[in-house]
Design a protein around this ligand. Structure first.
Ligand code: HEM
Length: 494
């Protein structure tokens, strides 16, 4: 028995060595020197990322590798970042995400239809149609959550991100689940909280990966499978309950009214009627998982983008008047209910530029983690092997004068006005929405929502930071989150 195990192990080791010897040697990116085995660069990457990466780049060049959480990852600077985004045969954002996030375990009933396809087919082609509902539900939510009594009162809000998750979720719930369900607090709370609850899997450091790459995700899957920890369950139950109510109600009404039935126009109705739809056997768990997947992509991203834009303006009151005058002009196009035509978004040029500047300076030091799908040679000859994690060195892109124009580090809100670069326009100098074939398909939806929200806030409220200073992003390692500094909001006296 022991002999077999020893012989087997020797054979495996010999095969491994033979394979390594036969493999042609790759021209890999330089691995930055480190002092302590196992820990490698983990400490510097987490606690001194900005300075550390600057030093690495100065010493090792545009592409270099680090040893973080027991794995080698490659950081790719501005010159080569577009190769990662444009070569989807060689790099994948989705595979990298699924390696860290146990989505398959959490959303078991998702089915095979890609959420991107569903969004493109049923939401993004109808942005104009949904615009009025988006505005009305946004304004209702703004009044509800930014609840300031009369003119003289002012209120301090200490966590804009929390507030924004609720406000942003309201129009999304309206469009996804319909005109009735979005009015339930239970639904808005689920929409607002699901991402942060599930994000724990992404935020907790992958400590077990130090023992073996992938072990952390395996462990997380076991936690979910055995029922020890599953943060999605309570949200799925709430969604299933509401979807079930709607489905029953809609099917009954359709039966009752026949041809005169007014079909609800929302995403739920669209996905209920997908191919293979059987009115006697609607799978509400599958519908709920499809919605969950989209919530994960849409709520945190839009809410944190919007919180950043709002905090950035509150931090720089000197730009308020110019933006106010633009919004006042745009508002002349509104109807008697204060609803703007969809086209009015194009006339918010200064606001759009402000939003783009806020996204440009989002504060992420590295972003867009991808997995290498097959051995790849960058145009400078450096090679990364299959399965390697690569990250884009975002700060290198955003602090480069040739890509960003003069003073790339400073917040210049109107720098994009005359250069035909809208807030949703992707490009090699703007990575917020990724790039190439897989660039975020929800970016127009998100930017429209943020612009409608800001339009309303600028016209109706005054706001400033409680500290009177510029509120900076909160950093967690290389990742930035909106500041939680206080904001004072009061009604604008017109
Ligand atoms: C400010 C808000 C948003 C930001 C910053 C953002 C950012 C991103 C990024 C960086 C990617 C990866 C792109 C790549 O692989 O190159 C992505 C993908 C995606 N986003 Fe967004 N997103 C936002 C809003 C939304 C919204 C509102 C939706 C849906 C309603 C959405 C749906 C998606 C989907 C489905 C994908 C996957 C695309 C694919 O793999 O082909 N996103 N997003």
């Amino acid at each position: 028995m022991y002999q077999t195990i020893i012989l087997g192990s020797l054979l495996l080791v010999s095969l491994y060595i033979l394979k390594r010897v036969r493999e042609p040697k790759k021209n890999m990116p330089p691995l930055v020197r480190y002092k302590f085995p196992i820990i490698g660069h983990t400490y510097s990457y987490l606690f001194n990322c900005e300075e550390f990466l600057k030093q690495c780049k100065a010493e090792y060049g545009d592409i270099f590798s680090l040893y973080v959480w027991g794995q080698v990852k490659t950081i790719v600077g501005k010159e080569y970042s577009q190769e990662i985004l444009s070569r989807d045969d060689a790099f994948s954002f989705a595979v990298a995400f699924n390696r860290r996030f146990p989505g398959g375990e959490l959303l078991k009933n998702l089915g095979s239809i890609s959420p991107t396809r569903l969004l493109k087919d049923y939401i993004f082609c109808k942005l104009n149609f949904y615009s009025e509902r988006m505005q009305k539900s946004l304004y209702l939510a703004t009044q509800k959550y930014i609840d300031i009594g009369d003119h003289n009162e002012q209120k301090t809000f200490n966590n804009m991100y929390y507030l924004m998750t609720r406000i942003i979720s309201t129009p999304i719930a309206n469009i996804f689940l319909g005109e009735e369900e979005y009015q339930y607090d239970e639904i808005i709370n689920t929409f607002a909280e699901i991402t942060s609850d599930l994000s724990l899997f992404l935020i907790i450091p992958p400590i077990l990966d130090i023992i073996y790459p992938g072990l952390q995700n395996y462990f997380n899957c076991i936690l979910i499978r055995t029922g020890i920890y599953n943060p999605a369950l309570k949200h799925q139950d709430i969604l299933i309950k509401h979807i079930n109510n709607q489905v029953c109600k809609r099917l009954q009404e359709k039966d009752k009214y026949g041809d005169s039935w007014k079909r609800p126009d929302d995403f739920l109705q669209d996905i209920m009627e997908l191919d293979g739809f059987d009115s006697n056997n609607v799978n509400c768990s599958s519908l709920a998982d499809k919605i969950c997947a989209l919530l994960f992509a849409s709520i945190h991203t839009t809410a944190s983008g919007c919180a950043n834009v709002f905090m950035d303006l509150a931090s720089r009151p000197q730009y308020m008047q110019e933006l106010y005058e633009e919004q006042l002009e745009v508002h002349k196009e509104a109807d008697e209910n204060g609803v703007l035509p969809f086209e009015a978004l194009n006339n918010m040029k200064k606001l759009d530029s402000f939003v783009r500047e806020s996204f440009r300076l989002s504060g992420h030091i590295v972003s867009l983690e991808h997995v290498v799908l097959k051995d790849y040679t960058f145009s400078n000859g450096l090679q990364v092997p299959k399965d390697r994690i690569v990250n884009i060195y975002a700060e290198d892109v955003y602090q480069d004068e040739s890509l960003q124009g003069p003073n790339p580090k400073s917040f210049e809100p109107f720098r994009h006005v005359d250069v035909n670069a809208s807030a949703a326009k992707i490009g090699k100098n703007y990575l917020s929405f990724g790039g190439g074939k897989h660039a975020c398909p929800g970016r127009y939806f998100a930017i429209n929502e943020i612009k409608f929200f800001m339009h309303n806030m600028i016209l109706n409220y005054n706001f400033r930071t409680a500290s009177g200073k510029i509120e900076k992003r909160r950093m967690i390692g290389p990742m930035a989150l909106p500041s939680s500094g206080g904001i004072i909001i009061e009604k604008r006296v017109k």
